[in-house]
Ligand binder design. Structure first.
Ligand code: ATP
Length: 504
């Protein structure tokens, strides 16, 4: 596909996401909050299917991995030890012409000259480090800071409006921030930086795993190698949220910290890279669209001995879905040093104590959901009610990921026995999968509505189901396949098993 058709495809995807209730702009009726998204009725199902499948293969189907659900509020000490307070920043520049605030490494060059993507200007400020963490306060807030007028709004804001600025606020620092939360907290920090009352919204889920390493080890009594998995929200005050949900300020991660002996680190890195590639294939993302990009020595974090980015061909380009990094023993060493608490592993065979090394596959839920939608989106042709070919929009989700697994239709809504039978089938399937009952409109329209949200199977109850035409067909239904649009006649008594075998 060429660039303009990729852009059109992306536009269609964004519009479908809103129209059918996958993803909405957060706080939309107030103008929206940049970098935050709400998942609608179908989006939340898709997201859950992804997270549940990750949890199933990473935790439930293995003996060597246990789970954790850590707090989002994180004390500064943790993120100082991990290096985030000092170093979790992106280089930022301002365009002097239109004042757009940009990530320096994302300003593209045209004919060797850097150009502002907003106005085309070529005059930028010097790059400066911008820490991506959101700070907040815990406990009662000083009354001097509780009045609305005291807080400056984000210079960028949802609508671009700039709010009142307090006389207490150091404007130069305020201007160096991009989102309300940071602006707000930076302004507090001018008055008093009381660390005991301060916390960060975690920028990754990983740190609570390292901090709880000893507790989890003691209660689970695992032997190396073993892992701790977590799914949860993370927050980064990205300079330029963009590409729909791809770069958000609030997002979810699915992270595993797999602890091992130092001499086995590289082996487990290779193992996890392959496992993770397989995972994406198993949710419907073909290997041909996935790329394992090995990060060169000079670009890797200094403590890492090997890192891969798993990238996907999005319509807006090849971009990272997941990082798989061999982080050595850096994190546990840092937390042991900073907390003064031993975080060692005791090897009962050799009677040695040591800090284990760790390999971390760290995936983004939102980026994977977006990849699933981009990969699934398709247009083909199908006959309408009168047999005329029309364009059909279809999301070809892997049945495992599809928000609705099976739709159930009575052929006609005003024939009570058909409706009653269809509702019986809904009751039969509902304990096992997410089903959708629809009796309104022509059957072809109903199929189209399900195709557009990616429902892989549709069951129709017709007069043959009632045994009116042929007694042999009594208690059979038509099962229609979304992709081939073929219909087969199946017994109701065999429906659950058949669907299970196709959904997996
Ligand atoms: P990028 O280079 O794209 O900023 P990163 O290398 O900083 O990403 P990691 O710190 O490795 O990302 O985080 C692990 C995963 O978390 C990423 O692969 C991605 O899927 C997800 N992730 C990170 N930042 C964001 C974000 N701003 N919005 C959505 N997902 C994110």
């Amino acid at each position: 596909m060429n660039k303009s058709s990729d852009a059109q495809r992306m536009e269609k995807i964004v519009s479908l996401c809103k129209r059918r209730g996958f993803i909405f702009q957060s706080s939309e009726i107030y103008g929206g909050l940049n970098g935050a998204w709400d998942y609608g009725p179908l989006g939340v199902e898709l997201k859950r299917n992804l997270k549940n499948y990750w949890w199933r293969v990473m935790v439930h189907e293995r003996d060597d991995i246990v789970g954790l659900d850590g707090a989002i509020l994180t004390p500064p000490a943790v993120l100082k030890a991990s290096g985030h307070v000092e170093g979790f920043s992106d280089p930022m520049v301002d365009c002097r012409s239109c004042k757009a605030r940009l990530r320096a490494d994302q300003v593209v060059e045209k004919k060797g000259v850097k150009q502002c993507p907003v106005c085309g200007g070529k005059d930028f400020t010097e790059p400066r480090a911008f820490n991506l963490m959101f700070k907040t306060r815990v406990g009662p807030v000083d009354p001097r800071w509780s009045g609305g007028a005291i807080f400056p709004m984000s210079p960028e804001g949802a609508t671009g409006a700039t709010g009142p600025v307090s006389p207490h606020v150091d404007v130069s620092r305020t201007r160096a921030s991009t989102a309300g939360a940071t602006v707000l907290s930076e302004s507090h920090s001018v008055l008093a930086e009381d660390e005991t009352a301060m916390a960060y919204l975690r920028p990754e889920t990983a740190q609570s795993i390292f901090v709880q390493f000893k507790n989890v080890l003691d209660v689970s009594r695992k032997k190396l190698p073993f892992g701790i998995a977590q799914i949860g929200k993370a927050f980064r005050n990205e300079i330029n949220p963009r590409n729909f949900t791809f770069r958000s300020r609030e997002f979810e991660q699915m992270e595993l910290e797999y602890f091992c002996r130092a001499e086995e680190g590289m082996k487990w890195l290779d193992y996890w890279l392959e496992e993770r590639l397989k995972f994406y294939e198993n949710i419907g993302i073909p290997r041909t669209k996935l790329h394992a990009h090995e990060i060169p020595d000079q670009e890797r974090a200094f403590y890492s001995k090997g890192t891969y980015d798993i990238e996907f061909d999005f319509p807006f380009g090849r971009q990272e879905l997941e990082g798989v990094a061999y982080r050595t023993d850096y994190d546990l060493q840092q937390h042991q040093k900073a907390s003064g608490k031993p975080l060692e592993y005791f090897d009962e065979e050799t009677k040695q104590r040591f800090i284990p090394h760790v390999v971390e596959p760290s995936a983004g839920v939102d980026r994977t959901v977006l990849a699933l939608i981009c990969e699934a989106y398709d247009e083909d042709t199908a006959p309408d009610e009168k047999g005329k070919l029309e364009t059909r929009i279809v999301l070809r989700f892997h049945p495992r990921m599809a928000p609705v697994k099976c739709a159930v239709f009575p052929l006609l809504k005003n024939k009570e026995p058909l409706v009653a039978k269809a509702k019986e089938i809904v009751d039969l399937l509902r304990p096992h999968m997410n089903v959708f009952y629809d009796e309104s409109g022509a059957i072809g329209r109903r199929y189209r509505r399900q195709d557009e949200i990616g429902t892989p199977f549709a069951v129709t109850v017709d007069f043959e189901t009632l045994g009116e035409k042929d007694a042999a067909l009594c208690d059979t239904v038509t099962l229609r396949d979304r992709d081939s649009m073929k219909q087969e006649r199946v017994k109701i008594s065999e429906l659950i098993q058949l669907l299970f075998s196709r959904i997996a």
